[in-house]
Design a protein around this ligand. Sequence first.
Ligand code: GLA
Length: 385
Amino acid sequence: MNTSSIRQKHKELFGIKEPLLVRSPGRINLIGEHTDYNDGFVFPAAIDKAIWFTASRNDKKLFRFFSFDFDEYFELPVDELSISKVSWANYLLGVADQYKKRGHSLSGVDVVFGGDIPVGAGLSSSAAVENGFALVLNKLFDFQESKIEMVKMAQKAEHEYAGVMCGIMDQFAIMFGKKQQAIRLDCRTLDYEYANINLTGYQIVLCDTKVKHSLVSSAYNQRRKECESGVNLLKQYKPEITALRDADPDLLNKHKAEMDEVVYRRCKYVVEENLRVMEAFKALTQGNIAKLGALMTETHKGLRDDFEVSCKELDILFDFAQSFDGVIGSRMMGGGFGGCTINIVENDKAEAFKNGATKHYKQTTGNTPSIYDVKIMEGTNAVII
Ligand code: GLA
């Protein structure tokens, strides 16, 4: 897939030679997992894998979408906007619905989209689609929504049309991404700061398990509930606590005996992870990659043992990375139960690491992983051709 084939398809289907072109990337997250919906901190970045959109208006009052990757066409009258049985279309329809709810009047739009973000790999291809389409509508109809409003609409689209009660990290990182910069985001205030990713001597390597266990969205929503039940208990002692962001290890330990054992472990992980994000930000801005790596390793252990969102395949890749001389940090990334590990690897050992991880994973699981080198790139934007 390249942009000229998408543009060609647009011309073929809709007869428009020079449609609007939008690029919307995937994301990685250095550290700060499952903290966003606890009003905490995250440290993601947009990457050089993306979904591309061509778009133009039509005067037929129709949504006409073509998914290049699924090779499928979808059509719906704008006035009949509602959740569809075609799951990929919901990521676009959900965004259109948010514009409608904000009082914008929608008319016909033709879209072709596709890209190279692997689906189900934990790189947020769905948020890339939501953000990209949010920008498409904003540009085509001059709705004048701000970036942050588009982020919030994209997140609500995921809640209401895909049924995943996600936090704001993915949509934010994808919209606000900058070349060579990771974003330390406060998910409560939405204050953010960029940090230059200068991994001199190291590179980021993703190892994709190629599995996505079916419990992903149900377990995700369940974790949110467990965190909320921890907050409800702590609130009785400190009413100002409205999210786990407000709790600290001392308070948590003081009330450990009163808490359900599982809820305690969920809370412990989140409280510790928030502290790790702050430390990691400091380490990275001081060029202390070894410290960042050590914190990532702690995160994996917390996600595996306390938050329990890892899986056998992710742990196999994590254990291999731990044993490999040349990997300075490794952990599962994203929601969990499949997808990728993120690894910080010495440049001159990267090839050996990739080969070794592939061989080991094949031997232990019988499946071949995918390996991706990623670079940190600009967020969602319209492209001038
Ligand atoms: C998914 C969600 C995010 C975030 C991560 C876990 O990617 O979409 O909001 O909660 O999981 O950190």
